[in-house]
Write a protein that binds this ligand. Structure first.
Ligand SMILES: Cc1cc2nc3c(=O)[nH]c(=O)nc-3n(C[C@H](O)[C@H](O)[C@H](O)COP(=O)(O)OP(=O)(O)OC[C@H]3O[C@@H](n4cnc5c(N)ncnc54)[C@H](O)[C@@H]3O)c2cc1C
Length: 420
C-alpha cells in the first residue's frame, strides 16, 4: 500500500555500477531532477561528465512527486515580492520559470513519455482569510507582468461549494516525474553521459569521490543530493527536509470527473499552511496530497500511512460529499528545504572543487539549479551566487537553531517565510 504508484508503471532497471577508478572533467552526485539537468547542460556543451546515483535515477524526491510543474512550490510570488521587492522577486521567478521551460522542452523535443498533462494551476482559498492570500498572489502576478485570473466564484470551475475563490493561471502542466527521470537518464546515456547507478558517494576528499566500487577523480564535483547533502558532512544546519504524503485513486468515472472539474481538469492546491493538493492524471486517477504539521518536520520517513490515507480521503469527502474515493496507493516522501524556502547553492567552504545544489523545494527549481551549476563551469555564470548562498542571513541563525532543535527551527522559519 505504501509503495510509490509510479514505480508500478515501469521497472527502474538500474544500470551498471562503478567497479574501477576513473577520471572525468565533471562528476555529479545524485540522479534526481537537479543532477540530470546538470548533466544535460554539461553534455550539451561538450563537457565530459559522469553522474553517480546511489540507487536509481529518480529514487529520491524527484521520482515520488505529484508532478505539478508550476513555478510555485513551497513559496509563492507574493511572498517573494513582500520579502525581496519587485526587482529581485521577478529575477527569482524568472529563474524558476526557466526550470519549467527546461522540463517542458525536454518532454517535447526529446519525446519523453511521462504522462504530460497540460493543465492550468488553481491556487484555491479554503476560507475568506485564504481568499485574501489568493488575491495577494493575483495582484503580485499582475504587478510583475504574469497572466492571472482571480475568481471570487468557482461555479463551473470547481464542483465544490467549500472554497472561497481562487487565482488561476496558465502555462503549467503535470507529469509522472519518475518516468521523466528514467526517460532523461536513458536519453543522456545515448548522448554520451556516463551514469553509474547503485553507486553511492561515501566521501569526498579534495577532488576525489570515494565509492564502494572505485574512486572518481574530477576537476569539478557537483553534489546534487538535495536533503542528503548533510549525510556527506556539509550544510547540516542549512538543509533539512519536509515530509508530504500522496495518494492515488482508482480511475474515476466520467461523471465523477465532471463533479470535481465541471469544465476541465486543473492542478489545484489550497491555502492551508500544510496545504492539500490534487490533480487528474492521464489515466483519470485523482492524485491527492497533503500532510500535517506534526509529521511534516518528522526526522524519519513515516512508513505507516494509514493516518494519511484517512486524512486524504476525508479531505475529498469534505469538499465533494458525493465522491467516495478509494485510494489504491498512499506513499510518503521527503524533500530538502532551507529555512527561508529558497534553494541552497554554493561551493564547499574549504574545497573549491566541490559545489552543492540542494533544498530545491520543487522540480522546476531543481532543474534550473542543476542547469545553473553546469553553467557556472561552462560560462562562469554567477548572478544568483549571493541570493542562494548557504551563508545568507536567516531569521533563525545557527546558535539559536542549536537551542531550538532543527525540526522546530524549520517549522518556525518556514512559516515565517511563507506567511509573514
Ligand atoms: C511526495 C513528494 C511530492 C512532491 N511533489 C512535487 C510537485 O508536485 N511539484 C514539484 O515541483 N515538486 C514536488 N516535490 C519536490 C521535488 O520532488 C523536489 O524538490 C525535487 O525533486 C528535488 O530534486 P533533486 O534532484 O534536488 O533531489 P532528489 O530527487 O532527492 O535527488 C537527489 C538524489 O541524490 C541521490 N543521492 C543522495 N546521496 C547520495 C550519495 N551519497 N551518492 C550518490 N547519490 C546520492 C539520491 O538517491 C537521489 O536520487 C515533491 C516531493 C515529494 C517528496
Amino acid at each position: 500500500m505504501s509503495k510509490v504508484y509510479w514505480y508500478s508503471q515501469k521497472d527502474s532497471q538500474s544500470g551498471e555500477s562503478l567497479s574501477n577508478d576513473i577520471k572525468t572533467k565533471v562528476a555529479i552526485i545524485g540522479g534526481g531532477m537537479a543532477g540530470l539537468s546538470c548533466a544535460q547542460k554539461l553534455n550539451e556543451a561538450g563537457i565530459q561528465v559522469v553522474l553517480i546515483e546511489r540507487d536509481f535515477c529518480g529514487s529520491g524526491a524527484s521520482g515520488k512527486t505529484s508532478g505539478f510543474i508550476t513555478p510555485d512550490s513551497e513559496i509563492e510570488l507574493s511572498s517573494l515580492l513582500d520579502s525581496y521587492g519587485a526587482k529581485k522577486a521577478k529575477r527569482i521567478w524568472e529563474f524558476v520559470l526557466s526550470g519549467v521551460g527546461i522540463i517542458r522542452k525536454n518532454i517535447i523535443s526529446r519525446g519523453i513519455s511521462c504522462d504530460y498533462q497540460v493543465q492550468d494551476s488553481l491556487f484555491i482559498a479554503n476560507n475568506s482569510r485564504g481568499f485574501k492570500h489568493v488575491k495577494e498572489e493575483h495582484e503580485a502576478r499582475k504587478q510583475l507582468g504574469y497572466s492571472s485570473t482571480l475568481h471570487d466564484s468557482l461555479i463551473g470551475i470547481i464542483g465544490s461549494t467549500k472554497y472561497a475563490g481562487a487565482v488561476r493561471y496558465p502555462e503549467t502542466f503535470g507529469i509522472n516525474s519518475y518516468l521523466y527521470c528514467l526517460g532523461m537518464r536513458d536519453k543522456l546515456r545515448e548522448s554520451g553521459v556516463t551514469i553509474y547507478e547503485k553507486t553511492a558517494a561515501l566521501q569526498i576528499d579534495a577532488n576525489i569521490i570515494f565509492t564502494p566500487g572505485g574512486k572518481i577523480t574530477a576537476d569539478h564535483i557537483i553534489v546534487c543530493a538535495d536533503r542528503f547533502i548533510p549525510d556527506l558532512g556539509a550544510l547540516k544546519k542549512e538543509i533539512y527536509h519536509v515530509q508530504t504524503f500522496l495518494g492515488i485513486s482508482q480511475p474515476l468515472e466520467p461523471d465523477q470527473i465532471k463533479e470535481i472539474f465541471p469544465a476541465e481538469p486543473m492542478m489545484v492546491w489550497d491555502t492551508d499552511l500544510v496545504y492539500n493538493y490534487f490533480r487528474l492524471t492521464g489515466d483519470n486517477r485523482l492524485l491527492i496530497g497533503g500532510g500535517d504539521v506534526l509529521y511534516t518536520y518528522a526526522q524519519n520517513i513515516t512508513e505507516n500511512t494509514a493516518r494519511f490515507e484517512k486524512r486524504l480521503k476525508n479531505y475529498i469527502e469534505k469538499k465533494y460529499p458525493n465522491i467516495k474515493l478509494e485510494l489504491e496507493y498512499v506513499w510518503p516522501g521527503m524533500l530538502g528545504v532551507s529555512k527561508d524556502l529558497l534553494p541552497i547553492m554554493g561551493p564547499d567552504k574549504s574545497n573549491n572543487a566541490v559545489y552543492y545544489v540542494g533544498a530545491a523545494s520543487g522540480l522546476p527549481w531543481a532543474a534550473a539549479m542543476g542547469s545553473y551549476a553546469a553553467d557556472r563551469i561552462i560560462n562562469g555564470r554567477s548572478e544568483f551566487d549571493l541570493d542562494f548562498s548557504p551563508d545568507r542571513h536567516f531569521i533563525i541563525g545557527s546558535r539559536i537553531q542549536s537551542l531550538l532543535s532543527t525540526p522546530l527551527t524549520y517549522a518556525v522559519s518556514n512559516g515565517i517565510a511563507k506567511y509573514f
